[in-house]
Design a protein around this ligand. Structure first.
Ligand code: TXA
Ligand code: MG
Length: 351
């Protein structure tokens, strides 16, 4: 398939939105930017169109998709009811990087919900995504626009690398702002539960709606120890190995200087080292890639997937990664990093 490449610095917004809406209406696939990561979109009311997403990504079909909308009014036909608490969440965080799980209505195909009786919905704040969704007036089913198992795409180059020739069009609009996928909150239980950590933290959600739980399966402890819950996360997608570069990853923890010393002692020329700007010249051997600066945790989130992808082109046989805090937004970063490492988390004196 010939993939149309649409560039926001070359084509007008009107051209991009009308070409994309046309493809979606005809049942095709368009990759587009959001504020979190690039998404791979299809008409979310059509089972046939949505199934094409699984094929293009090589994704297991029990893993449900998020429906993206451009206006709040588009939510109501998709779900059975919207509680007062959910309304509060929407008013506080939409448009923005928060996905809400609600009981689904009849019009949501099983191909989108993965056979569950619930559906995930989010309203992106990215201006181009928002314009697309408003023009096409369809709920757009969109997972991250990567091949299944690879790190989510945060630049147009990542999307082209994974999807060129597999989908109808790719909209290129530079690097995304956040870099980790949206926070998912399940509003169908008695107490709301975070199923995937993201830029919007538990504390931020609690400030708006009170007590919130976090799915134990996505916490640091359970990812490291592969405890029983890990095989039963409530968001089906969280059970798959994810975000992983080709070389095995070990996350090293301990006091910062000890971690650096241990990696220096262990590294050969073919060792990949995932580090931060301030440590780039601390490793005499090995191939260093920085994900950002510790002074700005947002920069680490923004750069993480790009850094993980970079190692695949660098011919490394193993990767050591410095540990990050899992407080606040760091929780989203550590969740992705530990998944990339398959839970391989070692103290500095154990590597
Ligand atoms: O930031 C994002 O959310 C990005 C951009 C493109 O919007 N999208 C994204 O989609 O990350 P995806 O498909 O890569 O991840 C969706 C996650 C999966 O872990 C899936 O299992 C979970 O959402 N999910 C979807 N519907 C669900 C449901 N009804 N119940 C529980 N989990 C659900
Ligand atoms: Mg994904």
């Amino acid at each position: 398939m010939q993939t149309k490449i649409l560039r926001s610095d070359r084509e007008s917004l009107e051209e991009i939105t009308s070409i994309s809406a046309d493809i979606w209406q005809k049942g095709g696939l368009v990759a587009f930017p959001t504020e979190t990561v690039y998404g791979l979109g299809a008409n979310g009311l059509s089972a046939v169109s949505s199934r094409k997403i699984y094929e293009a990504k090589g994704r297991p079909s029990d893993n449900p998709l998020i429906l993206h909308i451009g206006e709040k009014s588009q939510l109501y036909p998709l779900v059975l009811s919207v509680s007062e608490k959910t309304e509060k969440l929407i008013d506080a965080f939409w448009p923005g990087p928060l996905t809400i799980i609600l009981k689904k209505s009849q019009i949501v195909p099983d191909a989108v919900s993965g056979g569950l009786d619930t559906v995930a919905v989010r309203m992106p704040s990215h201006p181009l995504a928002n314009a697309l969704l408003k023009v096409c007036r369809l709920p757009i089913a969109a997972p991250s626009a990567n091949l299944s198992g690879r790190p989510s795409p945060t630049t147009p180059e990542h999307v082209i690398e994974d999807m060129n020739g597999r989908i109808d069009a790719i909209i290129c609009d530079g690097s995304v702002g956040i870099g980790v996928e949206s926070t998912i909150v399940d509003m169908t239980g008695e107490i709301p539960m975070i199923l995937r950590p993201g830029h919007i933290t538990k504390a931020m959600v609690e400030e708006v709606i009170g007590e919130v739980l976090i799915d134990p399966a996505v916490t640091r402890e359970n990812i490291i120890h592969h405890t029983v819950e890990l095989s039963h996360p409530k968001a089906p997608g969280m059970k798959y190995r994810h975000y992983a570069p080709k070389a095995p990853v070990t996350v090293v923890y301990g006091p910062e200087e000890k971690v650096i010393e241990a990696i220096v002692a262990k590294a050969s020329e073919h060792t990949g080292i995932l580090t931060v700007d301030e440590h780039m010249n601390r490793f005499p051997r090995g191939v260093c890639v920085s994900s950002g600066t510790r002074k700005d945790p947002d920069s680490v989130a923004r750069g993480l997937f790009k850094a993980l992808r970079a190692f695949d082109g660098l011919n490394v046989t193993e990767i050591f990664a410095e540990d990050f805090t899992d407080v606040d937004e760091g929780g989203a970063v550590m969740n992705r990093l530990l998944k990339a490492a398959g839970g391989n988390y070692r103290r500095y004196d154990e590597i």
